[in-house]
Design a protein around this ligand. Structure first.
Ligand code: SF4
Length: 467
C-alpha cells in the first residue's frame, strides 16, 4: 500500500496544463515573470498534461515558447532562449493519481479505519507514478493512450502487480472478470518496446501460493532480463479486513514459502545469474529465519517495496560499528531515467543536528528486535544509552506491525515508556508534503503531547546520526 503526497482531489475537474507552485527568486522563470498559480498549457506548441510532460518537452531544448494562462484569465506567449542545462527554477503541482477500477480482495483501502486520513483511501493505477516513484499498477485498467505514453516517453521501468499468471487466480484476486484481468497483450507490448518491468506478487495463503506461485515466478523469469525482478510480499490484513476469502499469514506459512522459493532462487541464480524472485523482509522475520546476505539482493531492485531493506540496514549498521563510512540505503536506485528523478521539493531535507547519547528510538514491532540487537551492540561499543521501543499498531491492528504504518495514537499510547532526552520516530509515518500522521493527528499535536523532543528520521537518517 502506498500513500501519495498529493491532495486527494481526484474528483476535481482537471484543467489542461500544469500549475506552477514555486518560482526560485533570480531564476530564468523569475526573469520571465512566471509566478505561482500560473498554468503552463503548451511548450513549443505541444500541449502539457502534467509536470512529467513539461519535463519531457523542455528536456534538452534551448529555444522555448510557453503558452501560459495567468490566474486573471489572461493568456500569454513567452519566447526565450536558455543554456541547455540551465534550470528554469520552477516547481509544479504534484500529479493527482488516476484511480484504479479493480476490487482487489486484499486492497489496503478496505482495511482502513473509517477515520483514517482521506489520502489513504486513494486507489491508484497510474503509470506516471509507477515510473516516478515505483508505485505498482495492475495494468488492467490502463488505457491505450496511457500505453502509448509509456512507450513514446519511454517511462521505463514500470512496476506491475501481477499477483498470478494463472488468469483465473488473477481475476479472483483483482475482483474483476478474466477479460479485464488478462494483461498478457499489454505486458508483451511493453516488453517488445523495451520497457523494463519490475513485477510484484502479493502473496495470499491458499490463493496464489504453492504451485500457482511457482508458475507465476517461472513465467515471469522466462521474460528476464526485460522483466528485471519480482517481489513476493505477504498480504497484510488489518483488523478491519474481515473478508472470509482471506487467510492470515502465519510463521509456518512463511517458512514453507521460503523453503519453496529458495529452490527457484537457486535455479534462477544458475540460469539467469540473479536471484530474480525476492521475498519480502517480513516473510523472513515472521518465519524467524535469517535475512539473506547482501549478495542475494544484488543491486536491491525491489528495495522501494521493502524487499532487502533489513539487509541494507544491517550492512550499513555494521559499517557504523566498524567506523567506516556508512553506505546509505537506496544507493542503488533502479529508476535512473533523468525524468524519474525527484524534483528538489521532494528530496529529504533532513539535515538537522540531533542530540545524541540518551534517547529512545520508536519503531514497529516487526523491526524492533533486529534494531534492538544492533543498538545494544552500538551502546556497548560507544558507551551510549539508546533504547529501542517496539510500538504496537493498535490503530490498524491485525497483522500490521511495520514501522511505516504507526499512527499518532499508537505513539501516544507508549509515551510513558520513553526514556532519555529525545525520541526518534520513523519518518515515513509523517506525510511527505504535510506534517500529519496516518490517523490525521498533526505532528505538532504529537510533539506537544510528548515528554521530550521528537525527531522524524528514516533509516538513512538514523544511520547518519549514529555515524
Ligand atoms: S489495484 Fe487493487 S490493491 Fe491496488 S489500489 Fe486498486 S484495488 Fe487496491
Amino acid at each position: 500500500m502506498y500513500e501519495f503526497a498529493v491532495t486527494p482531489a481526484v474528483t476535481q475537474l482537471r484543467r489542461p496544463g500544469v500549475i506552477i507552485t514555486e518560482v526560485t527568486p533570480g531564476s530564468v522563470g523569475d526573469e520571465l515573470e512566471l509566478r505561482p498559480h500560473d498554468r503552463i498549457v503548451r511548450v513549443n506548441g505541444r500541449s502539457v498534461r502534467d509536470y512529467l510532460d513539461f519535463r519531457f518537452q523542455t528536456a534538452g531544448e534551448t529555444e522555448l515558447t510557453f503558452r501560459v494562462k495567468k490566474p486573471t484569465g489572461e493568456t500569454v506567449e513567452i519566447e526565450f532562449d536558455r543554456e541547455e542545462s540551465e534550470d528554469l527554477g520552477l516547481m509544479f503541482e504534484q500529479i493527482v493519481p488516476r484511480q484504479c477500477a479493480n476490487e482487489c480482495i486484499f486492497c489496503f483501502c478496505k482495511g482502513n479505519p473509517a477515520d483514517a486520513r482521506p489520502s489513504l483511501f486513494v486507489r491508484d493505477e497510474d503509470i506516471r507514478l509507477s515510473f516516478l516513484y515505483g508505485n505498482y499498477t495492475a495494468l488492467s485498467s490502463i488505457t491505450p493512450d496511457e500505453m502509448n505514453r509509456i512507450i513514446e516517453q519511454r517511462l521505463t521501468p514500470q512496476y506491475v502487480s501481477v499477483h498470478a499468471t494463472d488468469l483465473k487466480t488473477r481475476a479472483y484476486l483483482l475482483g474483476v472478470d478474466e477479460k479485464r484481468a488478462d494483461i498478457f497483450d499489454k505486458f508483451q507490448r511493453l516488453l517488445d518496446n523495451d520497457i523494463e518491468i519490475h513485477a510484484q506478487v502479493v502473496l495470499c495463503p491458499e490463493i496464489n501460493d504453492g504451485k500457482i506461485l511457482e508458475k507465476t515466478l517461472r513465467d515471469l523469469a522466462s521474460h528476464f532480463p526485460k522483466v528485471v525482478s519480482t517481489a513476493v510480499v505477504p498480504v497484510a490484513l488489518t483488523r478491519y479486513n474481515t473478508d472470509e476469502r482471506l487467510t492470515r499469514v502465519t510463521p509456518e506459512f512463511c517458512r514453507r514459502t521460503i523453503h519453496e522459493v529458495e529452490k527457484l532462487q537457486k535455479e534462477f541464480r544458475k540460469t539467469l545469474g540473479t536471484t530474480f524472485a525476492f521475498l519480502g523482509d517480513e516473510i523472513y522475520i515472521k518465519a524467524g529465519m535469517e535475512i539473506p546476505s547482501r549478495r542475494h539482493y544484488g543491486n536491491y531492485p525491489q528495495i522501494e517495496d521493502g524487499v532487502g531493506m533489513v539487509r541494507s540496514f544491517l550492512n550499513a549498521f555494521e559499517k557504523v560499528l566498524n567506523r567506516k563510512d556508512a553506505e546509505t540505503q537506496r544507493k542503488e536506485n533502479v529508476r535512473t531515467h533523468p525524468n524519474a528523478m525527484r524534483p528538489k521539493s521532494q528530496l529529504p531535507t533532513d539535515n538537522r543536528q540531533l542530540p545524541t547519547g540518551y534517547g529512545t528510538i520508536l519503531t514497529g514491532e516487526m523491526f524492533a528486535p533486529t534494531l534492538s540487537k544492533q543498538v545494544d551492540r552500538y551502546n556497548r561499543q560507544r558507551r551510549m544509552r539508546l533504547n529501542v521501543l517496539a510500538v504496537p499498531n493498535t490503530y490498524f491492528g491485525g497483522d500490521v506491525s511495520v514501522a511505516g504504518l504507526l499512527t499518532g495514537q499508537d505513539y501516544l499510547k507508549v509515551k510513558d515508556k520513553i526514556v532519555g532526552d529525545f525520541a526518534i520516530i520513523p519518518k515515513h509515518t509523517i506525510k511527505s508534503d504535510e506534517p500529519i500522521l496516518l490517523d490525521g493527528m498533526t505532528f505538532d499535536k504529537l510533539k506537544a503531547a510528548f515528554p521530550v523532543p521528537i525527531y522524524d528520521l528514516d533509516t538513512n537518517g538514523l544511520i547518519a546520526l549514529l555515524s
